[in-house]
Design a protein around this ligand. Structure first.
Ligand code: DGT
Ligand code: CA
Ligand code: ZN
Length: 673
């Protein structure tokens, strides 16, 4: 279970993070901004609607009602219901069937009836009218970071703003600032938000893209006549966001027509944008996911939470169907990147060869033949390795194909031996109920052991962190209490001979001046300090130099161990604060060479993936260990470490470059325990 509402908690979408208004819009919805629709019923049931659909709908209704100007109590009733259901541990269907829904705190009689109808029949009462009533443009507007439904409504009523386009014009003409309660600053902020939204429009986060990609891959591979089906493009290269899916399919030419027909009749196709004998262009929707074997090589739990998180997203997919002998060339070509392909093609030209999606030919022999006509002249390549070999290269892992030096490394046989997910033995930044997590120490530890880990680092939030005045962090005097609980647990594992321990750390706020939260003594009592910036507002209003200095000051503190989510970015949500990360990493490198342990985090939450992959290799060159942390706020979150490993691979990292590939006892030594 991954309630969408939890996104607030785990993402820190809150006032403390300098994200005052965006509360009503879970990030997931920003993937597709074309208005909302109610989830269709599942084909079998009950339940005809899942808990995550109900949670999402309740949340959307809150936003829609607010946009509609409904009274605040009605709005709040839906918001509360969404939250109550999101945190409800029990199975929704049994609660509904037992008639116990009204007993759940936060759910009134009216909403209980509605949820019951959704679960038992799949329909949504009179909600379709509400969904139809609100202009999609207004929904698109509340996807702008920092702009909530209340203000969207004011601008709609006062200025007739009913789309992002019209909002942009209103801002540019200076019509928004004079509205009561808005001002120049808001107007400027909306323009920046629109820019951000545009930049990411139509792209999906890696987790959502891969979920659809694997589902399509599995469904196509099962079609009779298909000998291979493989994901290519940015999904195969593990980019942090994915524009569209590319999938390459091998089948004998005689079967192409039937294969195309079978693809077009797969479930979960929202629209066919184009279809020929070798190419199909599709828009995929939710039904693509249900029932497909999407687990592949990944953990089943991870697959489950991927599924929950994909919400109501859709994604475009291009399917190319080629004869089996052509498959490796087509796969390599559509894996890209474009920049990598250009280098490859040049290497071919240097050898008097021509490389494209149909083959690798001698210019002389292929002559004027083009496309599949030329394919019969190609050098034979059983797989991608052969193509690289013909060009004098070692095979380059897809993650590295970005033309950032991989061609040279492949020429000199010095490609790194990339880290594998199985090499992770623990993680150092995770939360429990003591701050804003949803599971206890014991539950988190049990889940970590189930993953085969040797250690779990707990790093709950520090004292200063509050959300809207509510304290989230552990007060200094609560630390000894947590320490005692951890000591007792560690003792019991030691007694029973289990190679498992909890490291007692803290996700300690880095203050604006570069100080760290908590008294020195408190920090010194802990095994490790993950230092993180959360008061993002102040950091974003400051220049790069001041931020860099403050960050370095924090890192130089002797108790500081790991730099948590270094820039604070949320993919597709908000940019991080300005900072010279190269300078920060250089300073960290110096400290490491002086014998201190200062690691940088790859925050593995698919919403963050921060440190960016483009900086990983630099960290490695500076001698800064990278720690891949799931930043889990619940047991399911631990498996997110997988995404962090993908990013580390993309950043050229080997197991030895990653701190949490160390064994439990090595880690004890490193942390000085
Ligand atoms: P995306 O979809 O924006 O996340 O990124 P990609 O990398 O999947 O790009 P896409 O879908 O436009 O094309 C898939 C691959 O096809 C791309 O990575 C490389 C190859 N490709 C596409 N257009 C060109 C081109 O004009 N020249 C070359 N050399 N390769 C191309
Ligand atoms: Ca693509
Ligand atoms: Zn944090």
């Amino acid at each position: 279970m991954f309630p969408i509402g939890c996104a607030f908690v785990s993402l820190g979408f809150n006032a403390a993070d300098g994200h005052p208004q965006g509360l009503s819009t879970p990030v997931g919805y920003m993937v597709k901004v074309k208005g909302w629709s109610l989830p269709r019923p599942r084909s079998t049931g009950p339940p005809f609607q899942t808990k995550s659909s109900v949670v999402a709908v309740m949340e959307q209704v809150g936003v829609l009602l607010e946009l509609d100007g409904a009274n605040v109590f009605r709005v709040r009733a839906y918001q509360n219901a969404s939250r109550a259901l999101a945190s409800m541990e029990e199975d929704l269907l049994s609660v509904v069937q037992d008639g116990r829904l009204v007993e759940v705190k936060g759910i009134g009689k009216g909403i209980s009836g509605l949820v019951t109808e959704a679960v038992m029949e799949g329909t949504w009462g009179d909600l379709p009218q509400l969904y139809a009533k609100i202009p999609p443009g207004l929904i698109e507007i509340v996807g702008i970071p920092g702009l909530g439904p209340k203000r969207a409504r004011v601008m709609y009523e006062e200025l007739g703003v009913d789309s992002v386009e019209s909002l942009k014009i209103a801002c540019e003409m200076g019509h928004v600032a004079p509205l009561s309660g808005f001002g120049e600053k808001s107007q400027q902020k909306y323009l920046e938000g629109i820019e951000l939204l545009r930049r990411y429009q139509g792209r999906s986060r890696m987790d959502v893209g891969l979920m659809f990609g694997r589902a399509l891959e599995a469904r196509v591979a099962a079609i009779p006549g298909v000998s291979r089906a493989q994901l290519a493009g940015s999904a195969r290269r593990r980019r942090e966001t994915i524009g569209d899916l590319d999938i390459v399919v091998a089948a004998e030419p005689a079967d192409h027509e039937a294969v195309v027909k079978a693809i077009l009749s797969l479930p979960g196709i929202a629209e066919v944008k184009g279809s020929g004998e070798s190419k199909v262009s599709l828009i995929l929707e939710q039904d693509m996911l249900s029932g497909a074997d999407t687990s592949g090589s990944i953990d089943a739990k991870l697959a489950e939470s991927m599924m929950e998180r994909s919400g109501d997203a859709t994604i475009d997919a291009q399917v190319r169907i080629v004869p089996p002998a052509t498959f490796p060339f087509t796969l390599a070509y559509f894996t890209g990147s474009k920049e990598h392909n250009i280098r490859m093609r040049q290497l071919a030209i240097d050898r008097g060869l021509r490389l494209n999606e149909f083959g690798l030919f001698s210019e002389k022999e292929a002559g004027d033949a083009i496309g599949m006509e030329a394919a019969k002249y190609t050098l034979e390549c059983a797989d991608e390795k052969d193509i690289y070999r013909h060009l004098g290269l070692d095979w380059v892992p897809p993650e590295m194909r970005e033309d950032t030096g991989e061609i040279e490394a492949a020429q000199s046989s010095s490609l790194p031996n990339l880290i594998q997910p199985e090499q992770i033995r623990g993680a150092l930044h995770n939360h429990t109920v003591a701050s804003d997590g949803v599971n206890t120490l014991e539950e988190m530890a049990a889940a970590a052991q189930e993953l085969g880990w040797e250690y779990l680092g707990i790093a709950d939030h520090s004292e200063i962190l509050n959300i809207g005045g509510r304290q989230i962090g552990i007060p200094a005097d609560g630390i000894p209490v947590q320490a005692e609980m951890i000591r007792a647990l560690n003792e019991s594992w030691a007694d029973s001979g289990d190679d498992f321990r909890i490291f007692h750390g803290s996700e300690c706020d880095i203050l604006v001046d570069g100080g760290l939260d908590y008294p020195d003594k408190t920090r010194q009592s802990m095994s490790h300090i993950v230092g993180s910036v959360h008061a993002l507002g102040s950091w974003r209003n400051r220049d790069e130099i001041e931020n860099t200095e403050a960050l370095i000051r924090a890192i130089e503190n002797p108790t500081f161990t790991i730099l948590g989510h270094p820039t604070g970015r949320i993919l597709q949500g908000r940019e991080g604060f300005p900072v010279d990360m190269h300078a920060v990493l250089r300073r960290m490198g110096e400290l490491n060479s002086e014998g201190e342990l200062k690691a940088v985090e790859i925050n593995a939450s698919p919403y963050r993936l921060d440190l960016d992959w483009r900086l990983c290799n630099y960290a490695k060159q500076q001698g800064v260990p990278v720690c891949i942390n799931p930043d889990a706020h619940g047991t399911e979150g631990l498996a997110d470490v997988w995404y962090g490993v993908q990013i580390a691979r993309k950043g050229w990292l080997e197991a030895a470059d990653v701190l949490n590939t160390k064994t439990g006892s090595e880690m004890e030594d490193l942390l000085g325990l």
